[in-house]
Design a protein around this ligand. Structure first.
Ligand code: SAM
Length: 252
């Protein structure tokens, strides 16, 4: 049986021209007219709704990428393009446990929690720790645990499969990551600056990690149009240039 839309749940309003992600409650104004969202409560996902001007939208259940657009942002986040590379290169999956530090806005923790069994995310700044808790609550994520603490003092968890560091002076946390990880498992360090890569690699090698790869992930979107003869024309969109180096190592 198809799932029913509940009051206040997130829904995606999809049309060819435009999509919106909203809580299902009350009235929603669009440039195509007003949608009465209360009409949708109790109907199955996949239903259609019309604005008061007659524009039709299909109502679907959101994926993570939809609702992440609604989250509050504090410090610079790890973008999905880089988070996806962490999953792909480590091959980590649904039975894995990870540590993420610092939490920042919680974007990486939320992304990882969508694929892994459990994520512990550490943040030393109380304001950002509260922000992460709010973001986890908005999305109803229960397998990510937000912890307030300075990771230079170490991690409470042992035998984890992955530690990701995205914070200042990550080299000072490498020894704690080593203690928290199972043998053969992954330390991934996100470095926005080239000088940091050298410091991190030296420390990782000294502490018993083997460096497997250092990656910069470039991603470019393209748009397509067709001329009267049906020939396609591709055009590169402006793209996010440098975001960070990602250093991958395994505990040996
Ligand atoms: C760039 S942000 C992390 C963003 C996060 N990866 C995301 O995707 O939303 C870095 C965060 O690390 C936190 N931080 C820095 N040093 C820390 C430490 N020693 N222990 C815990 N958190 C720390 C900072 O307060 C900041 O919020």
């Amino acid at each position: 049986m198809s799932e029913i839309i509940k009051k206040n749940s997130w829904v995606v309003l999809l049309s060819k021209e435009k999509s919106f992600v909203v809580r299902c409650k009350g009235k929603f104004n669009t440039q195509y007219g007003i949608i009465n969202l209360d009409e949708l409560i109790g109907k199955p996902y996949g239903s259609e709704v019309k604005t008061h001007l007659g524009k039709k939208f299909v109502v679907t259940k959101p994926y993570l990428c939809d609702v992440m657009r609604k989250l509050e942002r504090g410090p610079q986040v790890i973008l999905p393009k880089d988070a996806a590379v962490i999953l792909a290169k480590t091959g980590i999956g649904k039975n894995a446990v990870a540590i993420d530090a610092g939490s920042g806005s919680g974007f990486l923790a939320i992304f990882l929690a969508n694929y892994l069994k459990r994520v512990y995310t550490y943040e030393k700044n109380e304001k950002f720790h509260e922000l992460v808790k709010r973001n986890l609550k908005i999305l109803g994520i229960r397998n990510a645990v937000a912890k307030l603490g300075d990771v230079r003092k170490g991690f409470e968890e042992k035998n984890v499969d992955l530690v990701v560091l995205d914070l200042e002076e990550p080299e000072k946390v490498v020894k704690h990551a080593y203690n928290a990880l199972k043998k053969g498992c992954w330390l991934v360090i996100y470095c926005p600056f080239a000088e940091e890569v050298g410091r991190v690699v030296n420390e990782m090698e000294k502490r018993g990690f083997v460096i497997t790869e250092i990656v910069e992930n470039l991603q470019r979107s393209w748009s397509i149009s067709f001329d009267k003869k049906g020939f396609s024309h591709l055009r590169a969109e402006p793209y996010v240039t440098f975001t960070g180096f990602i250093v991958f190592g395994r505990k040996v």
